[in-house]
Design a protein around this ligand. Structure first.
Ligand SMILES: Cc1ncc(C[n+]2csc(CCOP(=O)(O)OP(=O)(O)O)c2C)c(N)n1
Ligand code: SF4
Length: 294
């Protein structure tokens, strides 16, 4: 049974333990990695949101971040690289009552999976997408990703990256997301609150979390360890809720604009589908049983 309260069961060391598959511990993440911090925030959000945990499913792609689904004691799906969003879309259409959370890395969601991201946002598919952005393909050795800032050394850019990058929050807004926020792993309270907020928000919601990869990204770029990354996030971040996302570009060591940038309402995919079918077919339109929740 997945727990629904903050009571610490006998023998548990930490309140988040009941939300984790403890039989799969120890996890694979390196010391100082930020992914675990995001998971901690997510479990707090699950508790605080009071959502019915039997109706929450979590879907990850492949990567260090992709391991999150496997460690979460929810209905979890660890899918193929770049395909978390189409997998989650199928689940949502088959069972609209489900709250489907996609949890994956920047490479998974915006490189191999970039096409799926923009179309799910355009359709306003009712998914909550959490991207742990460590600005590299960590699991495979630290290659450049579509978010690796200029001048950063990576396995595929030994003399420094030079490709223009995606500004994820601007991309999400332009593609049609209903909710867009960015935090770092230093902003645990705000991140947890954003995660809680999207669990109650309809439509395509996107949260970017900047997170250190001390083993590959920070080490190669002589940026110190996990603690140094927290100091950088603390010193360089500026909270600007409502800031135009076009002004939120990231760089190697410059200012990090964080906050909630977009919170808007528009009909989601299923509402549009139902409205169109009802208009076209009238009473002849009958929803299939599997997808009928209302
Ligand atoms: C089709 C396919 N191509 C490539 C890979 C190799 N691969 C596994 S994880 C990964 C990158 C993951 O990067 P990211 O999504 O940023 O996650 P991170 O490891 O940084 O958390 C790649 C290229 C794969 N598993 N499948
Ligand atoms: S390689 Fe980087 S992202 Fe992967 S677990 Fe280690 S620190 Fe985290």
């Amino acid at each position: 049974m997945t727990p629904t309260t903050l009571e610490i069961p006998d023998g548990a060391q930490n309140p988040v333990e009941p939300f984790l598959r403890m039989d799969r511990m120890p996890h694979i993440w390196c010391p100082g990695c930020g992914i675990g911090t995001t998971v901690n925030c997510f479990t707090r959000a699950l508790l605080d949101s009071k959502v019915n945990l039997d109706k929450v499913a979590i879907v990850s792609g492949i990567g260090c971040t992709g391991r999150v689904a496997g460690y979460a004691r929810l209905d979890s799906f660890h899918t193929t690289h770049g395909r978390a969003i189409p997998f989650a879309t199928g689940m949502k259409l088959a069972n609209p009552e489900l709250q489907v959370v996609v949890y994956s890395g920047d490479g998974d969601l915006f490189a191999i999976g970039g096409n799926h991201f923009i179309h799910a946002a355009r359709r306003n598919m009712d998914l909550k997408v959490i991207c742990v952005n460590n600005m590299t393909y960590a699991m495979t050795g630290g290659q450049s990703s579509s978010t690796t800032p200029a001048h950063v050394i990576s396995a595929t850019a030994p003399y420094g990256a030079f490709e223009p990058t995606f500004n994820l929050v601007a991309l999400a807004e332009a593609a049609g997301a209903s909710y867009v926020a960015r935090w770092t792993t230093y902003h645990v309270k705000q991140l947890s609150r954003s995660m809680e907020e999207v669990l109650h928000k309809k439509g395509f919601c996107f949260i970017e979390v900047l997170s250190p990869c001390p083993t590959l990204y920070q080490r190669r770029n002589k940026m110190g360890d996990g603690l140094d990354a927290m100091k950088y996030y603390k010193q360089a971040s500026k909270i600007r809720n409502g800031a135009p996302t076009g002004e939120c570009t990231l760089s190697k060591s410059g200012e990090i604009v964080v906050g909630k940038f977009v919170d808007r309402d528009r009909p989601d995919y299923l509402e549009l589908l139902r409205a169109q079918m009802t208009e076209a077919l009238g009473e002849r339109y009958v929803e299939s049983e599997a997808s009928c929740s209302c």
